[in-house]
Design a protein. Sequence first.
Length: 437
Amino acid sequence: MLTAFARAFKTPDLRKKLLFTLAIIVIYRLGTHIPIPGVSYSNVQQCLDQTKTNQGLFGLVNMFSGGALLQITIFALGIMPYITASIILQLLTVVIPRLEALKKEGQSGQAKVTQYTRYLTVALAVLQGTGLVATARTGALFGSCPVANQIVPDQSIFTTVTMVICMVAGTCMVMWLGELVTDRGIGNGMSILMFVSIAAGFPGALWAVKQQGKLAGGWIEFGAVILVGLAMVGLVVFVEQAQRRIPVQYAKRMIGRKSYGGTSTYIPLKVNQAGVIPVIFASSLLYIPGLIVQFSGSTAGWATWIKDNLVKGDHPAYIITYFLLIVFFAFFYVAISFNPEEVADNMKKYGGFIPGIRAGRPTAEYLSYVLNRITWPGSLYLGVIALVPTMALVGFGANQNFPFGGTSILIIVGVGLETVKQIESQLQQRNYEGFLR
């Protein structure tokens, strides 16, 4: 991997793309430290110092924003509104025929879907920004901080509207920066910005583990966390690269005097076909009950039960519910993202068949059977990756949103592998040496 980066910097056009991507990353990180108007920066820092070991219900979103959410900066919402909008539109594609037709229209249809995604991103940013400002004004953002009610000194309507507009504008700028990286840089821009947001929390979180450790000044806990993280990264790389290759044979066809077809290929079905989406879905769904209790302020029996069982990441009820939700969403997402009948029809249209399987409906049934079988280990793997690091690191005094948790590892490894593959593919196109060497 390091060799690929070294060779890329020696290639002029790739070097320009890499430097452009690094410049966008620097701009993005600067924006995560610029507070929005109307916020008392000193009070926010005081509350952050008192609650740095437990970020509460907003810890996951704060991790995706690179720490900008709890600092209430112009990039506080980060890339999450765009990710949420993309997932919603992908799910609606199965339900709304118009979106499905646009998806099949090629580049023009995809441009239309992208436009809809931008509109929905702005709407979600307005909704989430309003919720964040309202939470900050009431002091619920830092519940245990004595100056939590003084984070927004001026609570007039004009100040509130200005704060929301600044957050929405920050989200639009993040979306624009991500598209710039996609067009003129290396890799997928949104994925790169998400990668940077999560990786930015690694040094501080690792040093917090060292400071909270009790063995040899915390260095033993620090080393153990590093080893656990490396083991998890190795497991993720191994499973993310694993796939079931279904062989496909295309029959020969005579068109005029020329023979076409007769080639052999395969359909790659990944073990983890759903990626990190089930973990994000499960985490978001588990945050909803806690948010309802926090905003309602109820002390009834149901609220107490939720606080005791579904808020703490190391509680057995939370762990079991989280695991079952991940398995469910893994099957759900695979079912809506991969259509065996459509694949079978396309194969039949072009004269393709799986050896030993009849074309048409038997092929679709065979693909469904194989997909269900490999989704089981994939979903169980996602559940283990999401839970084992959390349980292990809580024992070292880290909070439940430590960056070596399942979501962050899956995103970082996935984005890293994809970016390296793109760099290597572009290097192969520019450094083709022929057959004589």
